[in-house]
Design a protein around this ligand. Sequence first.
Ligand code: PLP
Length: 385
Amino acid sequence: MRPSRRPENPCFGSGPTAKRPGWSPEILSGALVGRSHRSAEAKARLGEVLERSRALLGLPDDFLIGILPGSDTGAFEAAMWGLLGARGVDVLAFDSFGRDWLSDARVQLRLEDLRAFEADYGELPDLGKVDRGRDLVLTWNGTTSGVRVPDGEWIADDRAGLTLCDATSAAFAMDLPWSKLDVVTYSWQKALGGEAQHGVLILSPRAVVRLESHAPRWPVPKLFRLIKGGRLIEGVFRGETINTPSMLAVEDALDGLRWAEGIGGLPALIGRAEGNLATVADWVAQSSWARFLASRAEIRSPTSICLDIAEPEVAAWPAERQGALIETMTGLLAGEGVAYDIASYREAPPGLRVWGGATVEQADLAALLPWLDFAFVEARKQLER
Ligand SMILES: Cc1ncc(COP(=O)(O)O)c(C=O)c1O
């Protein structure tokens, strides 16, 4: 049956994600446009993003947080380029971004002592194989597979290696165990619904020691350079960005942070994401055709919620035909103004991916689910016609 109610906000994409409830372009009216990013006022605003982010995330006092160019990719590659090569490296790859970092390590940096632990979409590699003596590169939440690591218990407190963690779809939605992490990166267009543009780089004191003592064997582009004359460029962690930032994006990031503080901070953000996952899980439990790509509940992401098709006849179709079904479904849903951007990632198995981070209202998600049932039946009819 065709549902009668539509979600108020049809933005369910996994980045850029839905703006926070109540957002309007008006919130940008006070942005420091046309001003130098080196002016005292602009530096204060950049610094304010860093301080509010630090407080919201609950960073330890001795960790540094800075804004980098190139979004999450820029921040994470700056860390890889600046830190790796000092000791052996273990890379966990269980979604396409993890595989990108593995490719960076293997093909670009040509690390000789490299171990790759890979898993198919929906699974995690064996975390027990990670060696405390080696550096570790991982994605906390696989945005394209809907899988997250369940916790940080498996990362040794007394590790000799550094943990480099891409947390772009985890930050502000999941607990991150700071004592287990040395580098954490994310971008603004995920859990707080910010604008794409800049990356955030968080460094533990041990990561700073490595940066200052290790000379990479490869060239480090200016965009990734955090060291000058063997010392950390500390200004980067006070809002003195490497190159020109967008003050519009900065204003929008501040709005997202203030909103998050206003609803109750990190516990409220996590609660909203978990509530959204629970809403989808209740629906999956009685669905005749959909299932989670991640079969184990403890590794299931509450932000990038990935589903594939369980209905036996359709599940037996070749991937290309399943892909055509998903395309028809998502086309129908977008045409109805019910949901945008919910097809699974282009390299992932055919399915749906619905963002469940805090900026998505549970009522909107609840309104979407009957439309998924409707679209499945309609799209199948169209394909079988
Ligand atoms: C886990 C992960 N890493 C990296 C990226 C790339 O992010 P950006 O486009 O902000 O560089 C994404 C984007 O979705 C992601 O989900």
